[in-house]
Design a protein around this ligand. Sequence first.
Ligand SMILES: Nc1ncnc2c1ncn2[C@@H]1O[C@H](COP(=O)(O)OP(=O)(O)OP(=O)(O)O)[C@@H](O)[C@H]1O
Ligand SMILES: [Mg+2]
Length: 218
Amino acid sequence: MILTIVNTKGGVGKSTLAVNIAIARALQGKKVWLVDGDKQGSSQTAILIRSEADVQPGIACSHYPDGPVLRTQVLQQKDNYDDVIIECGGRDSTAMRAALTLTDYALVPFVPGSFEAWAMEDVVKMLQEARSIREPFPAFSILNRADVNPRSKDNQEMVAAMSEYADEIPVLDHLLHMRKAFANAAGSGRSVVELKLKPHEKPAKEELEKLISIVFKY
Ligand SMILES: Nc1ncnc2c1ncn2[C@@H]1O[C@H](COP(=O)(O)OP(=O)(O)OP(=O)(O)O)[C@@H](O)[C@H]1O
Ligand SMILES: [Mg+2]
C-alpha cells in the first residue's frame, strides 16, 4: 500500500508520523520504503541517524523533492515493497501533487490552532485535483499534538472545525496526543514502538499502534 502523509502546513507532524509509522511497520515484518518528498529532508535525516547508529531493522529511504522524479521512481519501485510511505508538504510542492496521483491512502495530520483550518482548504483543493484525474482514494485527517489535559475543550473544538471538510477529508476517530516520546523517537530515527518507554509515556505506543491498525486495515 502507498500511504501519503501530507499537509501544505508545516509543523503538523508529517515527518514525526512518517518515521514512526515506517519503522513500526518494518518491525511488523513489512518491507518498507520511506519516501521523503519534502525539500527539507527531515525524514531522510532521521533515517540516516538510525543507520549511523546501526539500529535494526534498517529502513530503505529516498529523498525526492521533485514531483516528476518522485512519481517515476515510486512507479518503478513500489512493487518491491509492502508499504511505501511518502511524506510531503509545501504549498506549491510538485512532490505533493505527484504523491497524490499515486497514493492508496492520504493521511493529513493537523494540530490545534486557529489557523490550521485555513491550510486545510489548500489540501482539499489538491485532493480534488488529484481525484479529478484518477480513481477515488481515501483521505482522512488526524488531530496530532492533541492537548493531554482531559478538561481542555481545544481538541473537541479543533475536530469540530475540521469537520467542515468532512466531505473531502473526514476526521479519523482517533488522535495522537502531545507526547515527547513521539518527538524524541522520530528525532533519533526511531519509532516509539521500539523504545523503552517510561510508564507515563506508554500511551504513545498504543496511540501509534492504533493509528497503524486503522490505516492499514482500510
Ligand atoms: N504527537 C507529538 N507530540 C509531541 N511532539 C510532536 C508530536 N508530533 C510532532 N511533534 C513535534 O512537532 C514538531 C513538528 O513536527 P514535524 O517536524 O514532524 O512536522 P512536519 O509537518 O514534518 O513539519 P515540516 O513541514 O516543518 O517538515 C517537531 O518538533 C516534532 O518533534
Ligand atoms: Mg517534515
